[in-house]
Ligand binder design. Structure first.
Ligand code: NAG
Length: 477
């Protein structure tokens, strides 16, 4: 009896994933200069203005002297220990002549705005600046996350109704942690709760952890539209321009990126936390990758890149971007992508990784035909397969013939591309090689081909794939 119970509880300890913390960034604190239209906190000769219909909770940390204070009808001041608001009895020489200083509208902060959240693996990590990077949908709180509104801060967050409820593991407000929905709903009815979370929707607190060591879905698929419109609202709802020709589009991300997407298929032996820390410690800590950001999570691919599997698929998605600009954008990320692919090749088995695919976009626009230029050097797909040869043997021949259009398969090539092939055969051939070795040459070639031919190169791009020579050893037939 005892042993059964012990092993059961052991299991339940093992089969959960690490929680991720999401921390809300903005606050409505009195002392925060950016909350005032003068970008400074009002001082003795000033008038502090809250408009009368402003609904806001304002945390005050220290004593303040003011000439006038206009308060809102429906707002509150939370005074921390030692904080006071007093009428100024004499002038402060550092304050200037005295003006009206207005408190900013606090209604503009949306829960679904990914820019307003930080995420980390522990609370200490926030203080140490060890923040996690994620795709946009996962920058806002996911279903198993612990959400933190920093102690000693006031805030106001608008939460729209969406297709699905916002679910959270827990939520901490003003230093108080809520782990049940009852307690939190009660809190939301309090005057402070109403000012902080005006709604209309309410987050649901589940206190449940991710019970899957291979990782859990974030659960924000249904909110991607809200996330992206909040993210891009200051940019006219448009994605920022990128410098690579064919940006790749990660699942759960609002815009295409110059960088790398690696998708992993996994067995039950895979552990997301273990593998994440391997990547962070082995690769991301290296000096040469200091500008690279890595996101890793389980996602639902709706159409697979793989030739053999179509339909919906759960995979581990790794997204790599770097801080490089212009023609170098994505180049460090690409280097790291190759390192990770090589690592899955040699050690993937022991981490429960059964297959790895890499897709990338990097390099500058070297042609006046911005955005539509495409050549092997700037985007492509690398497939590294760790599956047994038995499954791959027969398929491999077809795969190479069909997708890679080896120069020796002239018949297939001509059949697919028809009479326009002549001019582009060389590009085709070059595209087959690993572009990391010859990016410049390839680019030149593409821009030399002129307008008419560029079109043809673009046409081929859709089916463009190549095999990374690193992985060729797998397929020695
Ligand atoms: C001040 O408020 C702004 C906007 O709410 C926020 O981004 C910033 O982090 C705050 N600064 C401090 C020091 O709390």
């Amino acid at each position: 009896m005892n042993t059964v119970r012990i092993s059961l509880s052991l299991l339940s300890v093992i089969a959960v994933s690490e929680a991720i913390y999401k921390r809300w960034i903005p606050n409505t604190n009195f002392e925060n200069a950016s909350n005032w239209n003068e970008q400074r906190v009002p001082c003795a000769q000033d008038t502090a203005m809250f408009s009368k219909d402003q609904r806001v909770s304002v945390f005050i940390q220290s004593p303040h002297r003011l000439t006038n204070l206009y308060m809102p009808w429906d707002g509150e001041f939370i005074l921390s220990h030692g904080a006071t608001l007093m009428a100024a009895s004499r002038d402060d020489p550092e304050c200037g002549p005295g003006i009206s200083v207005n408190f900013h509208d606090a209604d503009r902060y949306q829960w679904f705005d990914p820019k307003l959240w930080n995420s980390a693996l522990s609370i200490d990590d926030f203080e140490m600046g060890r923040l996690l990077f994620s795709v946009d949908a996962e920058r806002v709180p996911c279903q198993f996350d612990d959400v933190i509104f920093s102690p000693e801060t006031s805030f106001r967050v608008q939460l729209k109704e969406t297709q699905s409820d916002v679910q959270l593991r827990s939520i901490s407000v003003l230093g108080q942690k809520f782990t049940t929905n009852e307690d939190f709903s009660q809190y939301l009815k309090s005057p402070t709760g109403k000012l902080q979370f005006p709604g209309p929707a309410q987050p649901q607190i589940t206190n449940s952890r991710c019970q899957e060591s291979t990782g859990c879905l974030c659960g924000n698929d249904g909110m991607l539209q809200e996330v992206c419109s909040a993210l891009l609202q200051d940019n006219g709802n448009k994605c920022p321009e990128v410098t690579c020709a064919n940006p790749v589009q990660p699942v759960g991300h609002c815009c295409g990126i110059c960088g790398v997407i690696i998708s992993l298929e996994y067995s039950s032996a895979f552990n997301l936390d273990t593998y994440r820390s391997r990547l962070l410690h082995m690769f991301l800590s290296l000096e040469k990758y200091s500008s690279v950001k890595l996101a890793i999570s389980k996602v639902k691919f709706s159409s697979s890149l793989s030739v053999f599997r179509l339909g919906e698929d759960l995979k581990i998605q790794i997204v790599l971007i770097d801080g490089k600009e212009g023609s170098l954008a994505g180049s460090d990320a690409l280097q790291l992508g190759y390192d990770i692919m090589a690592d899955t090749e040699t050690h993937g088995d022991s981490f429960g990784i059964t297959k790895a695919e890499m897709q990338f976009a990097s390099g500058g626009v070297t042609s006046p035909h911005k955005g539509s230029m495409s050549a092997g050097a700037i985007s492509g797909i690398v497939i590294g397969t760790l599956l047994g040869l038995s499954l791959m043997g027969a398929a491999y021949f077809l795969y190479r013939m069909d997708l890679c259009r080896l120069p020796y398969s002239e018949f297939f090539s001509s059949w697919r591309i028809g009479s326009r092939l002549e001019d582009t055969v060389s590009v085709d051939h070059a595209g087959f090689e690993n572009p990391i070795f010859e990016p410049a040459a390839e680019n030149d070639q593409a821009s030399d081909t002129g307008e008419g031919n560029l079109k043809e190169v673009t046409l081929q791009q859709s089916g463009f794939q190549f095999t990374n020579p690193v992985f060729d050893s797998n397929f020695d037939v």
